[in-house]
Design a protein around this ligand. Structure first.
Ligand SMILES: CC(C)=CCC/C(C)=C/CC/C(C)=C/C=C/C(C)=C/C=C/C=C(C)/C=C/C=C(C)/C=C/C=C(C)/C=C/CC(C)(C)O
Ligand SMILES: C[S@@+](CC[C@H](N)C(=O)[O-])C[C@H]1O[C@@H](n2cnc3c(N)ncnc32)[C@H](O)[C@@H]1O
Length: 393
């Protein structure tokens, strides 16, 4: 079971050298593209020709296109290294150190505990990622680095990525289903009854979920209108962060938080308007009484065999004309998106329980459960969340 402690910096860990796990050395046989190319588009045909690569590189306007494509490809090629640079920046607390002021390399070295020669390489990489910059002998924080440490939960999200990256370190075996992903046991551990074994760890990760929910809730609430709603029930609402933000915008709204009993034990009882409804949407009916029900980052955690009955239960709990709000990242749409179709699709695949669904799939499931007037997915930032609304038919 993964138990990464998000509260202990790796820079404080014992200094014994750690050998990275050895793996097979890849066989680097080079595979030539087919000649002539198969049925491919015009531009793809051009890109399949090494000769045209050379010609384009020498043509004044076309070389801009090839260079731009080269940069985009290199970004994909090096994505893992960029993420690991970010993780090191986080673990050595470099952005926090620079948020206190601009410092010389030696000063940052003393404060971070990282030797100057290696720190210089790390800071230079962070500067290339525009997180920091070097001016007149001092290292400074850049707006991007400042935003990074300010977005709620983002640093902790990055600190838990080693669990995901361990699962993806052999993507072929992972995709063939030949691995046992750690992430599969991770969130069930945090939210499941096993959380009692390590209540501190569970609380820290519930906090991470609540922190990251602040941005999700902000975007969701900007995309929906609850001014006519009387009672909002958040199903799988965790500690209640979404309802707290909804209550701040709509003070007259009555609220119900439905989640597993042990999760509600640590829920935020922020208002007398809030009712806690402990239960499992797998085993229990969803309580009636709300004219709006929300499912925020819930469906993609579960397989269709759980989601379909859940949507039916939500339908049964709503009055005629009642609304359902689904907010999470959707993938598989007509416009493939890096955040949803790369990050979240693989993240949820590693969880082994649910999957990232397309808006079209969600629509079909909603209609099957009896919902009507299903809206198109709307979003402000696809990497934060998108929203679909539907009405009880
Ligand atoms: C005036 C000009 C032009 C410039 C001056 C400079 C200036 C002031 C710039 C502005 C700086 C600024 C204010 C920037 C703000 C940036 C923001 C708000 C960035 C937000 C970024 C958010 C990110 C990257 C979010 C990432 C979210 C992640 C990775 C979420 C992961 C969630 C998971 C894994 C959830 C799992 C749930 C489960 C388990 C599947 O159910
Ligand atoms: C990914 S978290 C999302 C929490 C919150 N909505 C958010 O966006 O931060 C999934 C939530 O679903 C809850 N959950 C999982 N299985 C459940 C079940 N069978 N019945 C009720 N809640 C459940 C978990 O306890 C957790 O709070």
């Amino acid at each position: 079971m993964a138990k990464d402690d998000v509260s202990v910096s790796r820079s404080e860990a014992a200094a014994a050298p750690v050998k990275p796990p050895a793996g097979p050395v890849p066989d680097l046989g080079r595979e030539e593209p087919p000649r002539p190319p198969g049925r491919v588009g015009f531009f793809t045909r051009i890109a399949l020709s090494p000769r045209l690569h050379e010609i384009f590189e020498r043509m004044p306007l076309m070389n801009r296109v090839t260079r731009r494509e080269g940069v985009a490809l290199f970004d994909v090629v090096s994505g893992f290294v960029q993420s690991q640079v970010l993780l090191a920046v986080v673990e050595f607390r470099l952005l926090h150190i620079l948020a206190e002021g601009a410092w010389r390399l030696e000063q940052i070295s003393l404060r971070s505990g990282l030797a100057e020669d290696r720190l210089a390489v790390l800071l230079q990489a962070a500067a290339a990622l525009k997180l920091v910059k070097f001016r007149r002998g001092l290292w400074h924080l850049m707006p991007r680095g400042a935003a990074f440490i300010t977005v709620p939960g983002l640093e902790s999200m990055v600190r838990h990525h080693p669990v995901l990256y361990r699962d993806l370190c052999d993507p072929v075996a992972f995709l063939k289903g030949q691995t046992e992903p750690e992430l599969a046991g991770f969130w069930p551990y945090v939210f499941g009854p096993l959380a009692r074994e390590d209540a501190g760890l569970a609380a820290r990760y519930s906090q991470l979920m609540a922190d990251s929910q602040r941005t999700v809730a902000d975007d969701t609430l900007r995309l929906i209108d609850l001014s006519k709603a009387k009672r909002l029930m958040d199903v799988g609402g965790g500690t209640g962060a979404f309802l707290r933000q909804a209550a701040a915008l709509y003070p007259e709204l009555d609220l119900t938080l439905f989640d597993l009993p042990h999760v509600l034990e640590v829920a935020d009882r922020f208002s007398p308007r809030l009712t806690l409804a402990p239960g499992s949407f797998r085993d229990d009916p969803i309580p009636e009484g709300a004219d709006v029900i929300s499912l925020v980052r819930v469906l993609y955690d579960h397989p269709d065999s759980v989601v379909e009955p859940l949507l039916k239960k939500v339908h049964a709990a709503l009055p005629p004309g009642g609304r359902l709000i689904i907010s999470e990242t959707f993938g598989g749409g007509e416009k493939p998106d890096r955040a949803c179709d790369v990050y979240f699709a693989f993240y949820t695949m590693a969880m082994c329980s649910g999957r990232t669904r397309s808006p079209e799939e969600i629509k079909q499931m909603l209609e099957k459960a009896g919902f009507v007037r299903v809206t198109k997915a709307r979003t402000l930032r696809p990497f934060i969340t998108s929203v679909i609304e539907a009405e009880r038919g």
